[in-house]
Design a protein around this ligand. Sequence first.
Ligand SMILES: C[S@@+](CC[C@H](N)C(=O)[O-])C[C@H]1O[C@@H](n2cnc3c(N)ncnc32)[C@H](O)[C@@H]1O
Length: 232
Amino acid sequence: MDAQPTAPLPGPPRPAAPRPGAPRSTEFGPLRIGWDDRVLEPRPWTTAQAEWGAALLTAGPRGDVLELCAGAGQIGLLTALGAGRALVMVDADPVACAWARTNAAARGGDGRVEVRCSPLEEALTPRERFALVQADPPWVPSDLTGQHPRDPLRAIDGGPAGLDVAVVCLQVAAGALLPGGSVLLQLGTEAQVDALGPDAARLGLALQEVRTFPRGVVAHYRPAAVPGASGA
Ligand SMILES: C[S@@+](CC[C@H](N)C(=O)[O-])C[C@H]1O[C@@H](n2cnc3c(N)ncnc32)[C@H](O)[C@@H]1O
């Protein structure tokens, strides 16, 4: 007798997709970071940007840390709290700011962490200065954002070349650095770092080093030496 075709057995139930906006949490180095799908999911490789920043703080001037485009705040928190520095985090998205405040409070960093929910250009007073600026702008070129369907568009869309918000980060950072301070700027590719060269030069920032990671790059800038200045 021929075997009769049988209906496939039902498999184990699939885990339900998290409800939109449902709180989630992710390990970020030693931190546990809360977030939801309205903000960018913390990316494990970016602990390297935080660790680099913390190392620069040990050799740089005394002073606070500024994080531009903070999202849920994990890069700034990991940079500043371990180094015992106060932290100002800036993001224009109210949901990101709420998570940044929650994550700061969970670290007991409440009193030394300030979250400013604002466009970058309006976040600082003219006299504020920082030892280190961490910046993580949206850097995906607009026509490639479709390759990242799970990421919120406003967190990743950096305009035609992916550099629209990155330039603003450099502008804000250049005006807010203490002497001897540093900027760490995250981008997608070394070609984007090259493309920003004229903007960095116009803003008085000198590229020191670029570190390349499998899913992005981090560029280190310092204020360019002023010709003729002795530093004495
Ligand atoms: C690539 S996400 C980075 C978030 C976080 N640092 C991370 O690694 O998950 C960029 C963030 O920049 C914020 N953003 C974009 N344009 C901005 C602007 N003009 N002013 C302030 N924040 C901005 C977005 O809301 C988003 O949270």
